[in-house]
Write a protein that binds this ligand. Structure first.
Ligand code: SF4
Length: 215
């Protein structure tokens, strides 16, 4: 697609997305801490499982101080069956300790500082900054990486390269919403294997790069 096609593409995505559910992390957008923790829970885990686990955990505790008061076993129980729940319980405790020890209990608002927290990668850091603090950032996960390449908007091999490419060319006004739009589209229509190209409203703009099989 041409670079200028990004405007109709985003317009169409905004029109199409409301028919599906917003990714679960978006539910906690009023508080950077809950965005951060639910993003950790969501890694390698289905949305419905993440949502239920986040709700159970945040009903029991939703600040670094109160989560630290919960024994690890209790956290494991609350977040089960998210993927790697034992590791994630330890990661969450570690993050809470670190937030209290180094940041006065406050979630940092820069990607660089967030990346110093153990267990926080670029995806989590970007989501926390964009959703939690409404600051510019582009969260690139597998969906954003895949669809940006399929569209022909970027030509990259890894999500990290995609983030760099998008920072260079995606108009800033789209940075915050881009992840929500593409994750939802990627979960429902432009799926990893065999996307629904015959139903896709973006088809006239899409290069369909790398798509060998579609429905
Ligand atoms: S046309 Fe196919 S590959 Fe392109 S965005 Fe739509 S579903 Fe994805």
């Amino acid at each position: 697609m041409k670079d200028s096609d990004i405007h109709p593409v985003v317009r169409i995505l905004r029109r199409e997305i409301p028919q599906w559910k917003v990714p679960v992390v978006g539910h906690y957008a009023d508080d950077p801490f809950t965005v951060l923790i639910s993003c950790i829970l969501s890694l390698r885990t289905k949305d419905a499982t993440t949502q239920a686990a986040s709700e159970r955990l945040f009903a029991a505790a939703r600040t670094p101080q109160t989560i630290l008061r919960l024994p690890l076993k209790r956290i494991e129980k609350l977040i089960f069956p998210v993927g790697f729940y034992r590791t994630k319980a330890r990661v969450i405790h570690g993050i809470c300790r670190d937030l209290l020890g180094r940041f006065g209990g406050r979630v940092p608002d820069t990607i660089e500082e967030l990346l110093t927290l153990k267990g926080v990668g670029r995806k989590t850091a970007n989501l926390t900054v964009t959703l939690g603090y409404k600051k510019p950032g582009i969260c690139v996960d597998v969906h954003v990486h895949r669809i940006s390449n399929r569209l022909g908007y970027v030509k990259t091999k890894t999500p990290e390269e995609t983030e760099t490419a998008l920072r260079a060319k995606l108009p800033k006004k789209y940075w915050i919403t881009f992840n929500d739009l593409l994750v939802t589209y990627g979960q429902n229509l432009c799926t990893p294997t065999s996307p629904w190209c015959s139903h896709c409203a973006l088809r006239r703009y899409c290069a369909r790069t790398g798509v060998s099989r579609s429905r």
